[in-house]
Design a protein. Structure first.
Length: 336
């Protein structure tokens, strides 16, 4: 058995046009779609850097500008302004150089329905200059790696949604790309297929693959991505680790305690919590505290209750989430 993973790549060269081993850099990247009723600014001046080997996510609601951004980075959409370097090449100056160094899995199923699964992969390898035997060998390895060996001779219409996504990822990896772009890779697939895809994508990243993924799923962004760009109406709202985004956006922790009787008699003590100011709400037997400084609050609620002869029935602490962070950043609820 060959111990080398099929997607192992030689170390990618440092990017000549950027500082350090950068996989992607954008400066003021912008896309405006002209429309009769007024131009639509789909991407509004993005400045981003993605390091080699990073798992980077673009998170945003429907229409935020994620696919347009991916389109510009993969040379399919021409920027209106700004610059982007991908794998060391500028996307408008050297689109062929960029294309040869990236793998793209678009939102739509772009498999060739006239071909078998194996042919879809092998033809892609041939297109990128692989000899026929090498293309076939690599295709077989990838299909095996993704649990699709028994689908090699199937036509693509015989695949489930999740299987089709896996084939598309395999196809995108045929020519050993430096950067793998995945546009909403799990949209519309069932939960089991989603787990399988998460596992496959995570394993690819573990071997050093640089991955750029877009998603409108908060949990997917949080589970997979090392860093996230939160995009809304084409603008970058935050770019950091999921934890840092949650912390820096002022997202609040909610601490709720339910006593065995009305908490109003303890209201004075409950309103004087450590580390305030906090937002305290007493509703019958329940006190709910929203705070950016949760340390010591729960202990205080327990002691204040005990002093007032209240017994705790239930206590729940809900830490800040990307959902609450989005609310803080945009002033509105996250509606994918
Ligand atoms: N080819 C296009 N022509 C005109 N408008 C477009 C085109 N592609 C996308 N848009 C618009 O640009 C905005 C961003 O779209 P898109 O990048 O697809 O967002 P996302 O992928 O985050 O859902 C949306 O308002 C969308 O309707
Ligand atoms: Mg999209």
């Amino acid at each position: 058995m060959n111990p080398t993973p099929v997607h192992a790549r030689p170390a990618a060269p440092a990017v000549a046009s950027a500082d350090g081993p950068t996989a992607i850099r954008t400066e003021g990247l912008r896309k405006v779609y002209p429309r009769a009723q007024g131009d639509l600014v789909a991407v509004d001046g993005l400045d981003l850097t993605v390091e080699q080997g990073e798992f980077f996510g673009l998170l945003g609601t429907n229409g935020a500008g994620k696919s347009t951004t991916i389109g510009m980075l993969t040379t399919l959409v021409t920027p209106t302004a700004g610059t982007a370097w991908v794998a060391g090449r500028e996307v408008t100056a050297d689109p062929v150089g960029v294309k040869s160094r990236i793998g793209v899995v678009s939102q739509a199923n772009t498999l060739d329905g006239a071909l078998t699964v194996m042919e879809n992969l092998a033809f892609h390898g041939r297109y990128f200059g692989m000899p026929a035997s090498a293309a076939r060998r690599r295709a077989l390895e990838l299909l095996e790696q993704f649990g699709l060996a028994d689908k090699a001779t199937a036509k693509t219409h015989q695949l489930s949604g999740g299987q089709a996504r896996r084939v598309m990822i395999g196809r995108a990896l045929m020519h050993v790309p430096e950067v793998l772009f995945l546009d909403e890779p799990t949209a519309g697939v069932d939960p089991q297929a989603r787990d399988d895809l998460w596992q496959i994508i995570g394993a690819l990243h573990a071997t050093g693959q640089t991955v750029v993924l877009t998603t409108h799923y908060l949990d997917e962004a949080e589970a997979l991505c090392q860093r996230l760009a939160v995009i809304d109406h084409g603008r970058l709202l935050a770019c950091d680790t999921p934890d840092a985004i949650k912390a820096s956006s002022g997202a609040q922790t909610v601490i709720a305690v339910r006593y065995d009787a009305d908490a109003a008699p303890a209201a004075d003590a409950l309103h004087h919590l450590p580390g305030g100011p906090h937002d305290v709400d007493i509703d019958g037997p329940t006190v709910r505290v929203r705070t950016t400084h949760p340390d010591g609050v729960l202990g205080h609620l327990l002691r204040a209750g005990a002093t007032a002869d209240l017994t705790v029935r239930d206590a729940i602490t809900t830490p800040p989430s990307l959902q609450t962070a989005f609310l803080t950043l945009t002033g509105r609820d996250y509606q994918p």
